[in-house]
Design a protein around this ligand. Sequence first.
Ligand code: SER
Length: 316
Amino acid sequence: MERILVIGSSGQIGSELVLELRKIYGNNNVFATDIKNPTDEIKHGGPFQILDVLDYQNLLHFLVRNKITQVYNLAAVLSGNAEKIPLQAWDINMKALMNTLMAARQSDAKKLFWPSSIAVFGPTTPRHNTPQLTVMEPNTVYGISKLAGERWGEYFFNRYGVDFRSVRYPGLISYKTEPGGGTTDYAVEIFYEAIKKGSYESFLSEDTALPMMFMDDAIKNTIKLMQTDADKLSIRSSYNMAGISFTPEELAAEIKKHIPEFTISYKPDFRQAIADSWPASIDDSVAKKDWGLETIYDIQKMTKVMLEETEKKLKA
Ligand code: SER
């Protein structure tokens, strides 16, 4: 029987991942933890505890005490925020990962998921259809920490047998919990502003193409990767995951089909340089071949659901 710990369960990914895992593994086998309070759904649906992943002894005790077999560690400072506090962000992102790697080694929680990101790529990487194996010279703190994390994950797999698994998430779009401080956040903010004000000022320029993915697809594939037999996985750093690529202008045009009076303006800030250093589109054929990565949301379907659900949320 699997006993699962999700670290960062109050965040954008965690708040949805916990609910999905509880459906599969049973409410009482999925432990949600964060340093922030969770959503009501998470708090009332199963075990939740405040836990700081930076406190190694506490983390290790938690794993042993609760007989945890799998960990999803989602705690991180995102790209935009990390640029404001570079050294602190490096400390937090790396220590959060190293603590779970070491705790996995020292306990029965041998299976570990940790998210990497398209931020591992940099300005010297081929921008279109970026391959799984390619030049990686990230120039953001967040990207450097994600690349270092991938290397450490693979190292712990080879050296200590920790069953490390990871995907390079594109920008994630969801309506349950908002992201915070990321470069791809515009693609979530735009829906809130479209409904509240009928207009949006984008912090990325109109023609900035980035890979994105709807949260349902991201969660489904994350769990699929974790359920795949270990011998099928040829990548123990992190798998490319493409999703859908579009620009702010293309997303705005899609929103206009539902809200004809919607307008968008552009005022790029410091996050433009971050976006410009990332791929516009990704080749994820290795993930498709190894473990059957598949997505069902295109920009049309995603926009429709985002508008409907964000409206419901704002009304409530
Ligand atoms: N969505 C993240 C960010 O923008 C990238 O992993 O920081």
